[in-house]
Design a protein around this ligand. Structure first.
Ligand code: NAI
Ligand code: MG
Length: 474
């Protein structure tokens, strides 16, 4: 049992004014593992005030100052890899293969930002004017539960890189993970007020952050539905809004694909993070000419993926984060059947041999058309839709026929051909043949997958604004 009863303001762990308590659970066992005391609007205002006080000094820090802070943060995260991994396993249920990646990635986010700052040109010349890239002001960051460490680290890295200060409202159901990460971040000894973290509910803490006049920008990762509320709220005070939202990624299997390699990649692109990934390739587009062969392989390979105890290194799919998400996935599986799709593997209920925990059966639908809701809406669990196409043009047309445009996947024996297809896709990222994660690639989406980009100079640009100084030459 772990009771999280502090929030983090002005470099200190303090007791919030808010008194509401939320229960925390282990999703693999359904056991209660702790509580979190939630901050309220007053706590949020105190955090914003601390960030505002710290901003003038932070905005004037040098590149070297920021780089040193970022390196201290990455070292502090690396120093507690085991504790971070344990918290992510217990509170979120992520399989071991994924926690390993996540914790490493969290540390490397700070290192990549340090490199970005090193190479970024803050002082520029335009015509005869001197231009300086200046931070906007206090940043508010709102993050979801599906990759708590990575999202908090990303938001904080952009704040420091740009010379901003930040108030973060993490997902309330990830409070144990947030606490361990915060202990790491605290050890990095940032100037007081640069980082502030308030646990709390979206409509309470999130709403205060997105309307407060002293907040200059909002960096949000989460659902498109919440993003619309946030963007409307932010209009009144003209905040810059950066949104990283949902996806319905296409995985295009071209007709020359080597199935031994392509099928496992297609499946793990869809089932990554137990299907709770905005970047997941959840629409698998396959050529009609190889339909039977590919379906047989998808079914047999999917049924080999181990579902269960997140601590088991062989497990590829863990539980969903909570009962609400479990119910949501069940209703989507039901919906798929009602819409006329066929269950190739999986279906409703828990996997065989599992009687507790928010585990679902990895499910693949065939006979899906791209107009069905299961092909259009982000399900956020291990549920994939297979859609057939006749030729490459049709594959591209189906891939781009989506309200989303976050990440796409192309699988082919011929990289040149895959690149030609990638060039026609509307997506923030296109992954060819299971290419590994690139921590330097810009991240974000087209259409309802978001606004703006994170990572590298593209990410830094979002939180900076140029100031030009014009001097008479006579
Ligand atoms: P959500 O978008 O409601 O929550 C994400 C964050 O936004 C949390 O910190 C939440 O407290 C905050 N929030 C919620 N309402 C807010 C408001 N009115 N003002 C300010 N902040 C607010 O996501 P939720 O409800 O947990 O998950 C529902 C669905 O959203 C999922 O099934 C999935 O489809 C999608 N989702 C997508 C994510 C992504 O990475 N693209 C991440 C999480 C959820
Ligand atoms: Mg919500």
């Amino acid at each position: 049992m772990r009771d999280i009863d502090k929030i983090y303001i002005n470099g200190q762990f303090i007791t919030p004014e808010g008194t509401d308590i939320l229960q925390l659970f282990n999703p693999a066992t359904e056991e209660k593992i702790g509580t979190v005391r939630l901050g309220n609007a007053d706590d949020t205002r105190a955090a914003i005030a601390a960030a505002k006080r710290a901003f003038p000094a932070m905005s004037r820090t040098s590149k070297a100052d920021r780089i040193a802070m970022l390196h201290r943060l990455s070292a502090a995260v690396r120093a507690r890899t085991d504790d971070l991994t344990a918290a992510m396993t217990d509170e979120y249920g992520a399989p071991a293969y994924f926690t390993g990646f996540s914790v490493q990635n969290t540390a490397s986010i700070f290192d990549v930002m340090a490199e970005t700052v090193e190479n970024y040109t803050f002082d520029r010349q335009a015509g005869s004017s001197a231009v300086k890239m200046l931070p906007l002001g206090v940043m508010a960051a709102i993050t979801p539960w599906n990759s708590n460490f990575g999202f908090i680290a990303t938001k904080l890295a952009h704040a420091i890189g740009s010379g901003s200060t930040v108030v973060i409202k993490p997902a309330e159901q990830s409070a144990i993970q947030t606490q361990i990460l915060l202990e790491c971040l605290h050890a990095a000894d940032l100037p007081a007020g640069v980082l502030n973290v308030v646990n709390g509910l979206g409509p309470v803490v999130g709403a205060e952050l997105t309307t407060h006049p002293d907040v200059a920008s909002v960096s949000f990762t989460g659902s498109t539905a919440a993003a619309k509320i946030i963007q409307r709220a932010a209009i009144e005070t003209m905040k810059r809004v950066v949104l990283e939202l949902g996806g319905k990624g296409p995985t295009i299997v071209l007709d020359d694909a080597d199935l031994d390699r392509a099928i496992p990649v297609a499946l793990m692109s869809g089932f990554a993070n137990s299907g709770q990934a905005c970047v997941a390739g959840t629409r698998i587009l396959i050529p009609l000419s190889r339909c039977d062969e590919i379906l047989a392989r998808l079914k047999s390979e999917a049924e080999k993926l181990k579902v269960g105890n997140p601590g088991d290194p062989d497990v590829r799919i863990g539980p969903l984060v909570n009962e609400r998400q479990w119910q949501r996935i069940q209703s989507y599986i039901e919906l798929g059947k009602q819409e006329g799709a066929t269950v190739l593997t999986g279906g409703e209920g828990r996997p065989d041999g599992i009687s507790r925990g928010w585990f679902v059966r990895p499910t693949i639908f065939t006979d899906v058309t791209n107009d069905m809701r299961i092909a259009r809406e982000e399900i956020f669990g291990p549920v994939l839709s297979v859609i057939t196409y006749c030729d490459d043009d049709e594959a591209i047309e189906i891939a781009n026929d989506s309200d989303y445009g976050l990440q796409a996947y192309v699988l082919s024996a011929d990289t040149t051909r895959a690149l030609a297809v990638a060039d026609r896709l509307i997506a923030g990222r296109v992954i060819i043949n299971g290419a590994p994660h690139d921590p330097h690639a810009p991240f974000g989406g087209f259409k309802q997958s978001g606004i703006g980009r994170e990572i590298g100079a593209y990410g830094l640009d979002e939180f900076l604004e140029p100031r030009a100084i014009l001097v008479p030459t006579w």
